[in-house]
Design a protein around this ligand. Structure first.
Ligand code: PLP
Length: 347
């Protein structure tokens, strides 16, 4: 069988996790859904017509999402995770390459490559901030720009005025707001003014249902119209759609958990201020090369290659899990005090 080169040269996404007791490696919510919410979901699922296809474009969920954001249904597209919407969004753009700002989420490159685009990198600064002028130069001859704010894996959010400045270029901008519930700084309202903005949102993080695979995109009515053309029908199954609808009807139940995670995040940050980068997400990037050390303690965290090779990304867990993490990291720091003085500067 002859396989096209584009595919031959791809590496499959793999992040099979080590079997650790404490999983702080995927930025998931540490909690499953509250019992009362599970019960409400089960009740709804019981009445689902399993023999029937769902709405081909998740009409019911789009309506609820529109209400949630005070927008119109025509501004929203739903998908099996926001990942899927990245894949659809790249189908809209014309040109040869897209621009990304590493270190950032790996899926922008993956889906862009898959769609036949080259990827041009404009790395973030030392402090993981954007380089607006370089980005503007880069997107002049590119099809689109991907930004993630708060950015995964660095945790910082970008300034609204910089995002507006980049939107002013008129180039398509995909703004991934997967972690926005932890920062409270959404730019979704800008879709009313900028027809070149596509905002991505997910139920996998703050809403705590990564397993159900639900995400959505918010954009101008024209852009959504095009997204609906490239999207295959029935891309979100009726079970997940039902779960999302129940969560939206009861979103205040999730809010306490977001507050808890923010408090715990700040607790960890303050404890390791010298090693932690400022974060507005549910995770922290730390200047501690403790991946192996933590594994031995039964704690899984994320490690990255390249520029972040000597760092770890730690997801905020339950109180108990965070206590274990703090204890282990303190032990790690103590065990390498001598090497720290000669090596990497903390921050
Ligand atoms: C976790 C994450 C997502 C969510 O992906 P889903 O497919 O919705 O689970 C999207 N973008 C970023 C940057 C993420 O970290």
């Amino acid at each position: 069988m002859t396989i096209r080169d584009r595919v031959k040269n791809l590496t499959p996404y793999s992040s099979e996790r080590e079997k650790t007791e404490i999983r702080l490696d995927k930025n998931e919510s540490p909690f499953s859904l509250p019992k009362q919410l599970k019960r409400r979901i089960m009740t709804q699922l019981k009445d689902l017509p399993f023999n029937r296809y769902p709405s081909s474009s998740s009409e019911g969920l789009r309506e609820k999402l529109a209400d949630f954001h005070s927008l119109n249904k025509e501004n929203v597209v739903a998908g099996s995770g926001s990942d899927q919407l990245i894949a659809y969004a790249v189908k809209l753009f014309s040109g040869d390459r897209v621009v990304i700002t590493p270190p950032t989420f790996s899926m922008y490159r993956f889906y862009s490559n898959l769609a036949g685009f080259d990827v041009l990198e404009v790395p973030l600064t030392e402090d993981f901030d954007l380089r607006p002028q370089q980005i503007k130069d880069a997107i002049r001859d590119s099809a689109a720009l991907f930004l993630c704010s708060p950015n995964n894996p660095t945790g910082n959010a970008f300034e609204r005025k910089t995002i507006v400045d980049l939107l002013e270029t008129g180039k398509p901008l995909i703004l991934d707001e997967a972690y926005v519930d932890f920062s409270g700084k959404s730019e979704i309202d800008l879709i009313k003014e900028y027809d070149n903005l596509i905002v991505l949102r997910t139920f996998s993080k703050a809403f705590g249902v990564a397993g159900a695979r639900i995400g959505y995109a918010v954009a101008s009515e024209t852009t959504v119209e095009h997204l609906l053309k490239v999207k295959p029908p029935y891309n979100l199954n009726s079970l997940s759609e039902t779960i999302a609808e129940v969560l939206l009807d009861n979103h205040e139940i999730i809010q306490d958990r977001v507050e808890f995670i923010k408090e715990e995040r700040n607790r960890i940050y303050e404890r390791f201020e010298k090693y932690s980068y400022p974060t507005e997400a549910n995770f922290l990037l730390m200047d501690l090369d403790a991946h192996e050390f933590l594994l031995e303690k039964g704690i899984g965290v994320r490690k990255f290659p390249g520029r972040l090779a000597d760092k770890i990304r730690v997801t905020v867990g339950t109180k108990k899990e965070n206590d274990r993490l703090i204890e282990s990291l303190e032990e790690f720091i103590e065990s390498r005090t001598s090497s720290r003085l000669s090596g990497q500067q903390g921050r």
